[in-house]
Design a protein around this ligand. Sequence first.
Ligand SMILES: *[C@@H]1O[C@H](CO)[C@@H](O)[C@H](O)[C@H]1NC(C)=O
Ligand SMILES: *[C@@H]1O[C@H](CO)[C@@H](O)[C@H](O)[C@H]1NC(C)=O
Ligand SMILES: *[C@@H]1O[C@H](CO)[C@@H](O)[C@H](O)[C@H]1NC(C)=O
Ligand SMILES: [Fe+2]
Length: 499
Amino acid sequence: MLTEKFMFTDIYTNSRAHLIFHICILALDDTHFFWIYPKLVAVSDKIAFANPNAPLYPRLALGKSWNEMTVTWTSGYGINDAEPFVQWGPKEGDRMHSPAETLTFTRDSMCGAPARTVGWRDPGYIHTSHLKELWPNKIYEYRIGHKLNNVTYIWSGNYQFTAPPFPGQKSLQRVVIFGDMGKGEVDGSNEYNNFQHGSINTTQQLIQDLENIDIVFHIGDICYANGYLPQWDQFTAQVEPIASAVPYMIASGNHERDWPGTGSFYENMDSGGECGVLAQTMFYTPASNRAKLWYSIDYGMFRFCIADTEHDWREGTEQYKFIEHCLASVDRQKQPWIIFLAHRVLGYSSCICYAEEGSFAEPMGRESFQKLWQKYKVDIAIYGHVHNYERTCPIYQNICTNEEKHHYKGRTLNGTIHVVAGGGGASLSAFTSLKTKWSIFKDYDYGFVKLTAFDHSNLLFEYKKSRDGKVYDSFKISRDYRDILACTMDSCPSITMAS
Ligand SMILES: *[C@@H]1O[C@H](CO)[C@@H](O)[C@H](O)[C@H]1NC(C)=O
Ligand SMILES: *[C@@H]1O[C@H](CO)[C@@H](O)[C@H](O)[C@H]1NC(C)=O
Ligand SMILES: *[C@@H]1O[C@H](CO)[C@@H](O)[C@H](O)[C@H]1NC(C)=O
Ligand SMILES: [Fe+2]
């Protein structure tokens, strides 16, 4: 009656320092899911790590300036146990040592259950080292080290990355963007709250194509640990092949941040009590305050303005001012490709979830931001949160401003193209049956978006499915700097009589 397939591996840990594993193997009976009628078929001997403190899961992120790469990792070595650092240097060049800062947090830093209760587990230590003064596009090698007090060195494996291009640099620049990926088990075994069925496909597709990807943005709803802390380690393990090789930039989503009474803009319990602590500690972002995950990134010919939809973003807020400054301060001659990123849909989406509320986006989103997108000629805005793919026409105030669908040549778009790219892995979101003029392409499947800047005049946008990595929707923008200068509706400087 029992199938051969082992469905469940449970790992019990009593603390980061004394990991003891019991592997309980349960099998699925043909007619019932195991969580209804679990059957214990075997219990292994106790097993233990060779070194439970070993440095793990290096993840790269861009630093506060374009020529700085940060390396973040997890270990069991506190600041009194060992000195954490990164040994690095150009391929076939001299090696340097950069020390790392060390963070951790306690159960008290969690805002509620399950993060504070059954989901709590000592996170160990999270280290970040800043590798500075990089040469654009140069290949660097690195490995992580911990120098123990008795002068023994503990090393990670060897990794490498390509340094970012300088702002305005003309070179091939390829950016992958998606939201809501989560994690899964390659062997099909179960985990608590297992609903990110597309996650493994997305991860594998990105790993396969990694040599054609320069930077990744995972725009919120990172791993859906939802207060079960060990799931963050599972996620960082899953994305390690990607995140150790190209910058892995995150944005904050409801599943990282939201918790009532803790300053999140939405007062729900989606973070399972994590209230942003895990996201802001496990991943580095060049935000000026790590608890508020809005920031800007200059990457060659791109400027990315990343909003944190889980903190108040309405007009007049600190965040709104930051976003306006980010959009306003770009020299479009050098960085023509300006991209707005946010977790929740502030622009346009045909998700049934919004349609049921009588809208096509988060309330107040468009009202707050469309004047900025228009004034600063934002070409593309990309969101997650809604677990599907959708692309709009260039649009302003609910009206398509351009009839073209695939090749935007010359002049500006007169509006912004809004894209939902929340099909990274979590169970798909249905579309409303309402037809809108602005929706150009919809896909109810797992996938991600890729932007390729060839030079200052040519940008390619592609949507790829996670199941096969093939392109299912795309468009091009071909345009010169003088076209961006063209004044369009509501983007013209206001003229007063006095002038
Ligand atoms: C240094 O300390 C580590 C951890 O306690 C131990 O495994 C190692 O054998 C020690 N090395 C020497 C040379 O004493
Ligand atoms: C993952 O990709 C495989 C191979 O294309 C496909 O058969 C499977 O349905 C995909 N899984 C999901 C959840 O989309
Ligand atoms: C963009 O707007 C300007 C000013 O309103 C108008 O002259 C131009 O024709 C528009 N371009 C397109 C492509 O619709
Ligand atoms: Fe979300």
